[in-house]
Design a binder for this molecule. Structure first.
Ligand SMILES: N[C@@H](CCC(=O)N[C@@H](CS)C(=O)NCC(=O)O)C(=O)O
Length: 194
């Protein structure tokens, strides 16, 4: 199995989650500007959407989209989803919130078409971070156990740090907690991140 990633991109969430799940996988670095993998393959041949993350299974089938990959990882390692009858559904709900309400807003912070747009996006992300704090049920989103959604949220916080988006103190503490996890340390080491 392979994970196609770009250092520090949203694929970091999948990278962390796959380590948390104890999966064995190779990593293939993608140059998103040149749209080439590290061995020179046009990335469009791997994923016609031309973005990371992509998981390639041993039979050659591929899976894209953070929500789908992070949900799939939790199917492989059920401890990475909240417990209870509706655990898988709650995970999906949280992944969708992070993807559509936080991840997407960062696009407007990284590549704003105007100062006003960047300010509006920062405000939106701030509101959503405040909501996340209200939703958090313990040290992690769903209580005292890490989930694949935590890996996604943590990745969003690395972007907040990079771009100076305000982070509530609860999320700063969450960031530090996540940063100490062996899976996070390993993913940082593999991606050459600080
Ligand atoms: N809907 C996709 C979006 C993935 C995405 O935004 N990937 C970014 C990196 S964080 C990317 O590869 N961008 C390159 C591009 O769009 O050209 C998902 O959630 O997986």
């Amino acid at each position: 199995m392979k994970l196609y990633y770009a250092p520090g991109a949203c694929s970091l969430a999948d990278h962390i989650a796959m380590h948390e799940a104890g999966l064995n996988f190779d990593r293939v670095k993608v140059d998103l500007k040149a749209k080439l993998t590290e061995d020179g393959t046009p990335f469009g041949d791997i994923n016609p959407k031309s973005y990371v993350p992509v998981v390639e299974f041993d039979d050659g089938k591929r899976l894209t989209e953070n929500i789908a990959i992070l949900w799939w990882v939790a199917q492989k390692a059920p401890s990475l989803a909240p417990s209870g009858d509706d655990g898988s559904l709650r995970l999906l709900e949280m992944l969708a919130f992070i993807s559509t309400e936080i991840h997407k807003q960062f696009g407007r912070v990284f590549r704003p078409t105007s100062d006003a747009e960047a300010t509006a996006a920062r405000e939106k992300i701030g509101q959503r971070f405040a909501l996340i704090v209200k939703m958090m049920r313990g040290d992690y989103l769903f209580g005292d156990k890490v989930s694949t959604a935590d890996a996604y949220l943590f990745t969003m916080l690395t972007w907040a740090k990079k771009t100076g988006v305000d982070m509530p103190s609860e999320l700063q503490a969450f960031y530090q907690r996540m940063r100490e996890r062996p899976a996070v340390k390993l993913a940082f080491e593999h991606e050459g991140l600080e």
